[in-house]
Design a protein around this ligand. Structure first.
Ligand code: SAH
Length: 352
């Protein structure tokens, strides 16, 4: 183990902050021993704030129409081979009902940026779910909209919003997105969401095309400073119908190390072991939890649309019924000595 790296990791473990250069040093000088030690420190904070509990959020992928053309994403506007679908309010409500029966107390409505759903449509969906299940906490993940829209959704009952910042480096952002998309605008959206009172999820892809360890260090510094309630990270995985079809996918190890560092940086953070991590490594989600993650986001979408919400190739859990998925996850989680719990899964220390 590199001794300077070890010293920096120990410093992070007590101070929860490093300089950009120090984060980069950790990333550049990691070996298995250092990653194991980071995971051990991370599990310490995980145990302190969450015990052996793993929170679940049910993901309802309600539309794969998207007005954007992100170079990495399989449901980008220009992918003509993507078979598009939209779920009706009734279909969404049915997923929410099933989720409730299966023990979900929080769901995530995620989709492409599909303007066919007006603000009123989104608000009506939110109100219908809240009317049926007052104790269901609803997360939106529908990309960039106006502040007034975000305010309307909050008023209609949404309490969380996931909007990954994708990368904290505007230069890398510009390599991953067409010029019409702005890093500054995405960051402004995140600030607005926090300001309105949402529990906010940021996050980034690990080892996206052209990403350097300095870029990743910038992501870690951003998480340290912005302190999102949740941080969703997963490896970049190439999709054959995108401009990045021939790019290498990110690695599980790098993702796991980042998960551990994020847990140490912000001990209370909600940290999902993502489907992308489970796709790149058959035991990715279990390893993610052992690296410090405490959240899983199983798919609640109707089975017949799941294969169409393909952000990247070989996505797992697209064939099973929701109930089967939950059973599989329960088994995976208990195999490593953790348990899935029935609750809204707030961040430790979250007041309200
Ligand atoms: N339209 C919404 C939801 C995006 S999909 C929004 O803009 O927030 C959720 C996340 O999937 C994205 O934020 C991105 O980080 C991730 N993603 C997209 N394509 C991916 C790929 N090829 N590999 C890994 N993750 C990907």
């Amino acid at each position: 183990m590199d001794l300077n790296a070890r010293e920096l990791l120990d410093k992070l473990n007590t101070e929860h902050s490093l300089s950009l250069e120090e984060y980069q040093y950790l990333l550049d000088n990691r070996d298995q021993e250092l990653m194991d030690l980071a995971a051990e420190y991370a599990r310490g904070f995980q145990a302190k704030h969450y015990g052996k509990q793993v929170f679940i959020r049910g993901l309802i992928e309600f539309t794969n129409f998207c007005r954007n053309n992100c170079y990495y994403c399989g449901i980008r506007r220009d992918n003509r081979d993507c078979e598009r679908y939209r779920l009706s309010e009734d279909a969404i409500l049915e997923c929410a009902n099933l989720g409730y029966e299966l023990g979900f107390r929080t769901i995530v409505l995620q989709g492409g940026e599909d303007m066919a759903y007006s603000d009123d449509d989104i608000c009506n969906i939110l109100k219908a779910i809240k009317a049926a299940h007052p104790d269901m906490v609803i997360t939106l993940s529908i990309g960039e909209r106006d502040r007034a829209s975000y305010e309307a959704y909050f008023k209609a009952g949404a309490r969380r919003f996931l909007l990954r910042h994708e990368t904290a480096n505007p230069k890398l952002y510009a390599k991953l997105h067409p010029a019409e998309l702005s890093w500054q605008h995405r960051m402004d959206c995140l600030k607005d969401l926090k300001d309105i009172g949402y529990q906010v999820g940021a996050g980034f892809m690990v080892e996206s095309p052209g990403q350097t360890s300095k870029d990743l260090a910038m992501d870690l510094k951003f998480i340290e400073e912005f302190k999102p309630d949740m941080c969703g990270i997963g490896p970049f995985i190439s999709h054959k119908q995108t401009p990045f079809a021939k790019e290498d996918s990110g690695k599980a190890d790098t993702t796991l190390f980042c998960l551990s560092l994020i847990r140490i940086i912000y001990p209370e953070v909600l940290l999902p072991a993502t489907t992308a991590l489970g796709t790149i490594d058959a035991k990715g989600r279990e390893k993610g939890i052992l690296a410090g993650a405490n959240v899983l986001m199983p798919n609640l979408s109707p089975t017949n649309v799941r294969k169409k919400y393909t952000l990247y190739d070989n996505k797992i859990c697209t064939g099973e019924e929701t109930a089967e998925c939950i059973n599989c996850l329960k088994g995976r989680v208990s195999s490593i000595g953790y348990e899935i719990v029935v609750n809204a899964g707030n961040r430790a220390g979250f007041e309200k």
